[in-house]
Design a protein around this ligand. Structure first.
Ligand SMILES: [Zn+2]
Length: 291
């Protein structure tokens, strides 16, 4: 358990993609603070901590990374604005696992907001921007890529062109259409909601299952399908996708995997939406200081 967590033949490792802070009201949308603060501690000025735990998935079909973290390109001003608490450290974290950046075969993005996609590119040793995972095929939904190329008024501020520099559709970028099995046991599902092209990722192997819902379920606090962030561009789509996929997860006794929770990396939820089993940073990432 110490070095990783398995779902059948898939072995998962959570990597330090950075920790930042964000306004709690924005994160919880229409949910009153008296309710959300019971599930998520806030600072005196109402900020909450968000981790960016990218996930390395070792599989018989290659090395897969789900999300890429905050990257190393944030300016000092951005670090201040986002109240960066811990820096992106993915290349070093991979090295500790015996994996080089060049070894990653597939990079899956649930969507392309900067807090998920900024690690696609990095400032290299010569100071130039380069692809962090130069050999990898990057996978996003076609609708997401269309919006990256022509963002709407709201998404323009979170799709940073520098994060996609060097990605070429058909070469190192593959556009998924709806639902598809990318590799045996690994299925991408278009959800929409948070962004128009947001997707979820299923891992299924040897009778076990896990579901990564990206920003539809940033932390276990969002177990209620109606709890949706104010950043969701299409909240009714978020609610519908959560209802469907979380019911499926319950039916399959699947683990839910988290990107943004500073402490809970994976859990199972009971019928009431309460955590019945959890994998935490205490068990898997003893070096990480939680909250
Ligand atoms: Zn996010």
């Amino acid at each position: 358990m110490k070095n990783g967590f398995t779902v059948g033949d898939f072995s998962l490792h959570w990597l330090e993609g950075g920790v930042f802070e964000i306004d709690g009201g924005s994160m919880f949308g229409v949910v009153p603070k008296v309710l959300w603060e019971k599930k998520c501690a806030a600072s005196a000025d109402n900020y909450v901590a968000l981790a960016d735990f990218a996930m390395l998935v070792r599989s018989p079909h290659g090395l897969i990374l789900i999300e890429t973290g905050l990257g190393n390109k944030l300016s000092d001003k951005q670090k201040k604005i986002f109240r960066l608490r811990r820096a992106w450290d993915i290349p070093a974290e991979l090295a500790r696992l015996g994996v080089a950046r060049e070894d990653i075969d597939h990079v899956i993005l649930t969507h392309c907001d900067f807090d998920h996609a900024a690690g696609i590119t990095m400032t290299g040793e010569d100071g130039a921007i380069e692809l962090t995972f130069p050999r990898a095929m990057h996978h996003v939904q076609r609708a997401e890529w269309e919006d990256v190329r022509a963002p709407n008024r709201r998404s323009a501020s979170s799709y940073w062109p520098v994060n996609f520099q060097g990605l070429v559709a058909g070469k190192n970028l593959r556009l998924a259409e709806g639902e598809e099995e990318l590799l045996p046991g690994l299925t991408l599902v278009h959800t929409g909601g948070h962004t128009r092209g947001h997707q979820a990722v299923w891992l299924r192997s040897q009778g076990e299952a896990a579901l990564h819902l990206g920003d539809l379920l940033p932390t276990p606090a969002y177990a209620n399908p109606l709890w949706v962030t104010a950043y969701d561009n299409f909240p009714l789509d978020s609610i519908a996708a959560k209802e469907t996929l979380m019911a499926q997860a319950r039916a399959e006794h699947a683990w839910l995997l988290f990107y943004h929770d500073p402490r809970i990396l994976a859990c199972r939820l009971d019928e009431a939406g309460e955590i019945s089993e959890a994998v935490t940073t205490d068990a898997l990432r003893p070096r990480a200081a939680a909250r």
